[in-house]
Design a protein around this ligand. Sequence first.
Ligand SMILES: [Zn+2]
Length: 280
Amino acid sequence: MPELPEVESVRRGLEPYVLGARLDDVQVLRDRAVRRQAGGAAQFEGWARGRTVVGTDRRGKFLWLVLDDGSAVTVHLGMSGQLRIEHPGTAPGRHTRAVFELGNGHAVHFNDQRTFGWVWATEMVDSAGKRVPVPARDIAPDLLEPGLDVVALAHRMRRSRSAVKRVLLNQNVVSGIGNIYADEMLWAARVDGKTPADEVSVRRLAKLLREGQRVLLAALDAGGTSFDSLYVHVNGESGYFDRSLNAYGRAGQPCARCGTPIVREQFMNRSSYLCPRCQR
Ligand SMILES: [Zn+2]
C-alpha cells in the first residue's frame, strides 16, 4: 500500500508534467473511481475539463491538483493506485480508471487494479493552516508539513490514553503514518507502541515524531530516484525502500541495535514488529 513517501514521490514526479497544463479532456472509465463525487462521472469530467493545473499539493496520503478556479482534483491511491504519464491517445490499460489529456502533449492515466483509490473534484477550504480540498478537510497535518510544531503535537498525543501506535495511526491527530512507518519510528525512538500515550513523556513523544520525520525523509530519498521521466508510479506491494527497514517485516532477524530477534505481535488486527529489548 502506498504510504506518505510514495505519495509524495508521485506528486514530485507528476508536477513537472501537469503544472500550467490545461486539462483538454477528462474521462472516467469506471464509475467506482468517482464514487465519492455526488454527481458521478459527468460531474467530475465537467468540473475538471478545460481547467488549467496551477499547482500540486499533498497532505498525508491525499494528493491533489490545484485548478485555476481555486478548486481541486484530489487523487487517493488507495491500495494499488498509480498515476502514469503517457503519450496522448495511448489506449487505456485494463486497470485504467480515469484519463486526463493535457494540452501540453502528455496524458495522465489513473490506474488502479483493486479500485480502492478514487478521484474527486471539489472546492478547497482552510484546514489547520493550509488550503486543502474538501476530502482532506478533517485530516491532520502530516509530519513533513512545513511549520509543523512537533512539541505541540507531542503534547496533543500525550492527552490520549490510547496506545502510542494507535495514536500515530489516527489521521485526526497526525496524518500519513501507516503501519510500516509507525513501526519504524517506534523502533528508532525505542518506544513500545502498546504503551499508553499518556504514560510517555512529552520529550520522548517529540523524539518519536522527529524520528518519524527522519524515517519518512529517508524513504522519500530512496524512492525519489526509482521512476524514470515518463513513468510516475506507485507499486502497491513491493516497496523500493524495503532494504532500509529496521523493524517492519523483520520478525526473527536480529535488531540492528542490540541483536535481539525482532518479534511480531498482533495489534489493531495487524502485525506489529518491534525489538522486545530496546523498545520497553
Ligand atoms: Zn534491539
